[in-house]
Design a protein around this ligand. Sequence first.
Ligand code: 13P
Length: 344
Amino acid sequence: MSHNKLNEIAKNLSKPPKGILAADESTNTISKRFNDIKVESTDENRRKYRELLFKTKDLNKFISGIILFDETIRQSTSEKVPFGRFLNDLGIMPGIKVDTGAVPIAPESIEKVTEGLDGLGKRLIEYKELGALFTKWRAIIDINEESRIPSDYLIDLNCSNLARYAKIVQDHGMVPIVEPEVLMDGAHSIEKCYEVTSKTQKLLFKKLDHNDVNLKGILLKPNMIISGRKSPSQASISEVASQTVKCLKENVPKDVPGIVFLSGGQSNELATQHLNEMNKSNEEKPWNLSFSYGRALQQPTLNAWQGNDNKISNSQNALFKRSKLNSSATLGKYSEDLENSNYE
Ligand code: 13P
């Protein structure tokens, strides 16, 4: 696929008023989510749940692409239409998570490196046949000042793998979403989050360059610059927005067509408000700023569903609502009143 085509896909995936739905939870992760709502994690229940998401009426007005997990891209609707084809027919681009998860960097270490480069090319050929147009790889970087992490070694390893992944994916004619996630789990300050995120993004773009990755054909999926969840001092919405844009301007070249944030454990409303605040400001930004949320789109959907066939339409209304509100946030047009409108 030509460089122009990759650029077009990356631009369209991140272009307001649309964003991405991350529905690529591994079997392990979705099982935890199902456990919270007392639903058994069988392949049929996972298929049914993903079908419910994908069949949400008018989702394609707000959602440009959906990231799938290996199991899901091999599954079909109840009418036996493979999910990849079903989404492509709706004008929603199917994507695929291609990393195989994170493992400790040493037996005693709490730091983890994301794996999945072995055999990646072969898997990509198959995913393409199943309809995927783009891919995702997530690296996680944990902050814990007492344990003196993250180490430089960890950041280096994860950025090297992200860059090599991006190169292999582009060589197979697909768009790589490059996701270095600095976790918000700790008690650290927003300043610490800025420092670690900035250091990571700097190194990442250096490695992407070394690997000859075409920046016009990638998307960056970063964390926002935010206080650690356990920090006693939580930064305001305007501070999160301004620090996030500042960090991106410092590190992300203009050639990158779009930035699609992860929600990372923020509340549904805050994830929307932060994105809105960034898009509301008149400040010049060279890239599209949109979303690629997992939890902040799906949490209300799962809660409304509870595994009950009679609640499918309530659950789809919940997904429709958060997708619409985040779509408004890509335009800087969200307001809290919209939370109370009727979405049935
Ligand atoms: P969250 O929005 O729940 O952080 O998920 C996004 C994602 O794809 C993580 O890899």
